[in-house]
Write a protein that binds this ligand. Sequence first.
Ligand SMILES: NC(=O)c1ccc[n+]([C@@H]2O[C@H](COP(=O)([O-])OP(=O)(O)OC[C@H]3O[C@@H](n4cnc5c(N)ncnc54)[C@H](OP(=O)(O)O)[C@@H]3O)[C@@H](O)[C@H]2O)c1
Length: 279
Amino acid sequence: MEFIRLATGASMPLLGFGTYLIKDLAVCERAVGDALEAGYRLIDTAQFYGNEEAVGRAIRHSGVPRGELFVTTKLWISDMSEEKAAPAFGRSLERLGMDYVDLYLLHHPFGDVYGAWRAAQRFFRDGRARAIGVSNFYADRVTDLALNNEIRPHVDQLETHPYHQRREMEPTLAEYGTAHQAWGPFSQGKTDLLENPVLKAIGEKHGKTTAQVCLRWLTQRGVCALPKSTHKARIRENFQIFDFRLSASDMAAIALLDTGKPAGMPHTDPNNIKRIYAM
Ligand SMILES: NC(=O)c1ccc[n+]([C@@H]2O[C@H](COP(=O)([O-])OP(=O)(O)OC[C@H]3O[C@@H](n4cnc5c(N)ncnc54)[C@H](OP(=O)(O)O)[C@@H]3O)[C@@H](O)[C@H]2O)c1
């Protein structure tokens, strides 16, 4: 495993396990158990995913000491205010069966994010969130939040994959010491990414799958990748990425695949904002 050092001084694994859309709690518990057995030590969940309880159970049953794990959860927009964030965070901890998380994120840049951030800063100071951050905040929103608060986001979790590389985020994230996490590293299956001939050819050269190339490309950039799968073989496949390196020419070829567009709708699109509020 490779790690990135957060501004807090903590080490965050560069590869983690995603749990979005694993709504069946038994399936989620089994998949997280498989991931922990395969070696993943970062588990990404959210209040919105409805599976924090299953994540907590899988962790307890795994026997992996809590101190070796990095657990992330997120505050949903229905609770995005100073008053609502505290009980929502308490309920997340309760469902997880934990007295702290390693990372607490504001899930989307909507609602009273400034109030919610004041609350998140308190959770960080009282030790119940070892790091705090944001998700789906673009450079303008990260900058404004950072300029108006003592604690800058330690992490920004963004859709990032070879078709949407987010290079435009790099100067802002570097300026505020914010680590980059990639959600949807396979573009959530919404594009032909895993069939892309350039990625396939690079994978064949290294004896690796296209999925492994996507994850290695992220981690070589210092971006934390969060693949999700409910299939044990894929969970294991997605973890086998630290035994090869992409060459400079591989990285240059992948750089050319950037479309600059998300697989779905950007967070600046009014229709997407309405869609997320309706979720
Ligand atoms: N902050 C946010 O707003 C946000 C948004 C979305 C996601 N996330 C986080 O990021 C994680 C990852 O994103 P995601 O789950 O949306 O999408 P993703 O990881 O890009 O893609 C998941 C899809 O890829 C398939 N897959 C996984 N490994 C594969 C492999 N080796 N070969 C072929 N197909 C493979 C999965 O199918 P199977 O499961 O059938 O194997 C699933 O359909 C989430 O689970 C969640 O934790 C955060």
